[in-house]
Design a protein around this ligand. Sequence first.
Ligand code: ATP
Length: 603
Amino acid sequence: MSIPESGQRITPLRETWRQLMISARSRAPRLRASLMGLAAAAIAQGLALACLIPLFQALMPDARWCAALPWLLAMTVLVLTSTVIRWWALGFDYRGDMVRSTHELRSELGAQLRRIPLTVLQDKRAGGVNATLLGNVDEALSYILTIANMMSTALLTPVTVALVALYFDWRMGLILLLVFPLLIPLYRWRRPAYGRGMRMLADANERASADILEYAQGLPVLRATCRTGEKAERLHASFLHLEKIQTIGQQKGAKPNLILATVMELAILVVVFLGVVFVAQSSLDIAVLAALMVIVVRFSEPLATFVLYSKVIDLIEAAFVKIDALLGIVPLPQQVPTQVPQCFDVALEGVWFAYALSGEPILRDLSVRLPQRSLTALVGPSGSGKTTVTRLLMRHTDPQAGRITIGGVDIRTIAPEMLNSLISAVFQDVYLFDDSILANIRMARPDATDEEVEGAARAARCHEFVTRLPEGYQTRVGDIGDRLSGGERQRISIARAMLKNAPILILDEPTAALDTESEVAVQAAIDALVRERTVIVIAHRLSTIAAADQILVIDEGQVVEVGKHAELLAEKGRYARMWQAQQSVKSWHVACDPDQDVELVGD
Ligand SMILES: Nc1ncnc2c1ncn2[C@@H]1O[C@H](COP(=O)(O)OP(=O)(O)OP(=O)(O)O)[C@@H](O)[C@H]1O
């Protein structure tokens, strides 16, 4: 397996600098100052080392204390200056600015998750987002100062010494200038393949992280369907892939690193060799050579460390690419001036919509009107676009053509918070956060009092089962695990909608997965909820929506029939056939003889 050459871009240094400053958020100026400080410290260190040349000249051949003293003093001042600046610069790390920057970046990425179209987020795997917010954020910022410190000591300090050496002996200065910057082209030469390897590693980590999360979350289903082995194989394949990428990374990284380190050692040898030749020819002061040898030996360690750890730069860049990709997703545009609807009828006018991934139109020139305080049911075959209609109304994304209005106001001109406050939704799957039952209901309206939360819970038929829980409303959802039944979870979500008291309500098959007893309780709660609101119900079981004010039959993204239950039955069209089909299914029952296979029998 080889690292693909195409489609992988090496980020220019300027771009990495830009991404770094964006990522450092409000602490960018302090980080910039710290990085400048590290550069200044490295230059001061170079000047301090260069003082060794005149110092050695003052000491050789006969030690002249008075001539040496000023250089000794200058060296001391420069070393102290370099140390103080370095301490101050690295303070960004140890004073906690770096941790606060990573926190800010994580919060910004969290805020971005709230802003970006939900359909885009749905296309991303949860584990991938998780890897970006946790791993990539730390990788991008945490090692920056360590690496910058290493880079400046390995590159700026030798260059400073070389420039000063030019003054004492131009040949030696030139050799040093040629030898040390050699590191840069060498590093650039080995970098592309290794950088690609790091990006592949970041991708492989993301894939493995997503697979682990999916496997852990899906275990109940996998066990029930006896598929744990099959999925574990996929997880194992993902780990194998990670191993492969790591091996390639080691191969691609280790060999050039060895070559780089060897070339540097040879370069130091060349400096020493030529110096000895010049001294032998009496064209170089032995004191200058002695000082340069001390200095050059002093360089080899930072250079070797730099070569060894330069892969962290690639890791940092790979992390920036992931962060940038998430920050770069454009939120839905907000049209101005913003408007506030005064009434709550809903209309879709000539709506065309296709999901980004498939590009296939799901809604085709769809126009419907939902009068205020009426109940509209959307029915139709699976995949016909019913849920998509509700997603567009909640503005998870925008249609490619046409518009959606509430009270005659285009929803693109309604501020997102306002639009959220106008619509409640109850879905088949209820998500409860690991918090108290009280907090889970209150999240619909954070300023609600305990009494108001309890009132909503009573109206949603939750109060009885909540008060039976160990700590009543204060019981944490995580502590009782799966002890809440589907119907109970559903009623908590109805209590949320009750508390929110939004004028528009979306019910997406809330009773589809419930047993008859739960369904009766949930249905009673729903009956209380739907009063006086503009309601859209998606239902597969037509018996649950027979009383709707209007029924829209949707097929392939278009309304094919509209009317009340009785009218549509009289039409003897698509709805009537669906109704007939469901009625006939009802008359089937399962005949179960313990000794025989299960058999379906018609009455
Ligand atoms: N995020 C998505 N990306 C791409 N295609 C999608 C996405 N979500 C849904 N679809 C596709 O859009 C079509 C309509 O889906 P939608 O969920 O609106 O149908 P539905 O009528 O509500 O179906 P069901 O009754 O089974 O819930 C389906 O073919 C579905 O596979």
